[in-house]
Design a protein around this ligand. Sequence first.
Ligand code: GTR
Length: 428
Amino acid sequence: MFRPVFLSALLIILSSNAQAQKDFVANYDEARISEFQLPDPLTTDAGEPVTDAKAWTQVRRPEILRDFTTEVFGRGPQPCAIRHEVVNENREAIHGKAIRREVDVFFGESDDAHSMRLLIYTPKAGQNVPAFLGLNFGGNHTVDPDPTISLTTRWVRDRKNETTKKHTATEAGRGTSASRWPVEMIIDRGYALVTIYYGDIDPDFDDGFENGIHGVFRTEMETIPPGQRWGSIAAWSYGLSRALDYLQQDASIDASRVAVIGHSRLGKTSLWAGAADERFKMVVSNNSGCGGAALSRRAIGETVGRINTSFPHWFCDNFTKYNSNENACPVDQHQLLALIAPRALYVASASEDKWADPKGEFLSAVHAGPVYRLLGTNGLGDKITAETMPAPDTPINEGKIGYHLRNGKHDLTEYDWRQYLDFADRQL
Ligand code: GTR
């Protein structure tokens, strides 16, 4: 009885979403941006100016964090106890320079607890090393061609080629995203790399918050008002925090020096993880765009309305209130960056990635600056203003916030990694 009604309602929503996506025309013309005023990170909700670190930490930061939680990403589950099991180990990985392990981390202590699989590379030379932690799109086996990495058995996006079959990963996918994960370079520079297939935490499709850790924490989720229930980005961020819980127990890695990194939707995720969990010492947003580093109020390229239509499961339902109505949102994305202050933050854009609004990503980093300065650091550095967006391939990396605009398309490349490693050398 219930099911056909539910299914036809779902079909109506899906077809109207598809129509809205077809009708959407992105604006790329600066002259056509409607007038807006950015919410001031240094004025409290009561209109009081924030003039010292104490007022930031005790009053303003909690207000901004609350607004991102209830209006944008949603409230996630409370941290759960974790347990782990080592799945495999290769002590001669990367030409004998690295130890490669896979470790299952379980959300909860019960035998049947849901798990995510960490792929961990640590340099053989060196103990207690700093690490980069980031989610991957295709499964751990796509990170490196090494045939001993396990093939994910979880749901994967259909790639429309031989690397997936009916949402299952195939052997042909091995190493297919290796260009995004220059493991040897990371190891040579003395860092560990930890990566997890994001679908282990929450499969990336809209099923009404049913699968992944939505299902695991269903009882808890039902105590949260529907509009504030966590979306997939908050779920993936939650997984990153539980991975950090595990790294705190891993003797080969210094968990107080972990940079959380992500590309695109996973860059939105690294930002929210770093904003919500202050244990992350450094945060990297690679081409994160709308709902990530880019200012929503500019509405250049992808907009809040468009993202909520194409990806209804990424943010909490309250975020849809701001579809074509960005000015009503109590926060904008420069404040997401400000939540990371005074920790190290790197924002990167790509020149051909207009959809993600490179200028909006840069301006966001500029407008997070006042909070960095209040906390005694220099943000992007003293010489950088909204008018001095750097030319392509000229990184700004002297301050506590790094930024570059890479020549080229939406991607995570070796060039990007080199900048992150240089920045990390100074910051970690
Ligand atoms: C696009 C989406 C972007 C970005 C990207 C990705 O389709 O519009 O916000 O997240 O996907 O994650 O690859």
